[in-house]
Design a protein around this ligand. Structure first.
Ligand SMILES: O=C(O)CCC(=O)C(=O)O
Length: 253
């Protein structure tokens, strides 16, 4: 469990790195699962998810890649179990301030060695606006993510500004001139650490220039009573209860 000081830090800064949420050997086994999924999928489809906007952050000659897949609980039961794991959901609930937590979606990322794609600074809000703004992300680190691996970077306290206008083209991102990547603070992490943050926190990441892959899993979740603010793309898995109950059930399948 986390301390009241950690909860206060989250509310003031918009993020919280929980160190050692998973033991290193367990993180290593999820790392292998993620790389195995990427291997199986890559035989059939292109799973590079580099944003159009990220392409302009690196020279054409240094073309980068990020391997990704959404909702990997459909590809390996290990992630179905981890989604419901009390070590994760207890922190998620404490930071949301509510015991009822719903999944929005999740996605694995492998930033390959020497050429792992960056993410321009952005909030997650414009991708899936919700009425009460309870949406959060948790990034599980399955291997070490120092600065040179293109670790996640944040602008502390930026969540307090609320939703900001984004440029939609090439992936919702903030204007470069006002929000260069350099204005953000790197959040290096170790295998087993989990970075929690609000979906109005400005964040991004740099290129992986190291000789090892960076392997992460991002889980996006919200307070179960929150509702979509406008029509948006349906996410497979959205609505699954991760903890507690749905206080307003409205469907009978
Ligand atoms: O994994 C990263 O480096 C950042 C991912 C991110 O910002 C996102 O998917 O919205």
């Amino acid at each position: 469990m986390i301390t009241p000081e950690q909860i206060d830090f989250y509310h003031q800064q918009g993020y919280l790195l929980v160190e050692g949420l998973l033991p290193k050997d367990e993180a290593a086994s999820y790392r292998q699962e993620v790389h195995d999924i990427a291997e199986r999928l890559s035989r059939k489809i292109n799973i590079d998810a580099t944003w159009g906007a990220a392409r302009t952050m690196v020279a054409e000659a240094e073309r980068t890649q990020i391997l990704h897949c959404h909702n990997i609980q459909y590809y390996s039961a290990a992630f179905g179990r981890l989604l419901l794991d009390d070590r994760f959901t207890s922190v998620a609930a404490a930071l949301i301030g509510n015991e009822n937590v719903k999944l929005h979606h999740n996605k694995m990322f492998i930033k390959p060695p020497e050429k792992g794609s960056p993410f321009p600074l952005h909030q997650d809000y414009p991708f899936f606006p919700y009425k009460n703004g309870t949406m959060m992300a948790a990034i599980f680190h399955f291997d070490d993510a120092p600065l040179e691996k293109g670790c996640v970077r944040v602008v502390p306290g930026s969540h307090l500004k609320g939703p900001l206008p984004h440029i939609a083209e090439g992936g919702h991102h903030l204007p470069w001139e006002e929000y260069p990547l350099e204005m953000s603070v790197p959040c290096p992490a170790k295998a087993g650490d989990v970075l929690f943050f609000s979906y109005t926190l400005v964040h991004g990441s740099g290129v992986n220039v190291s000789n090892e892959a960076r392997t992460t899993w991002l889980v996006q979740y919200y307070e179960a009573g929150d509702q979509v603010a406008d029509a948006q793309e349906a996410e497979r898995g959205n609505g699954v209860m991760l903890r507690g109950i749905d206080p307003n059930p409205d469907r009978d399948f």
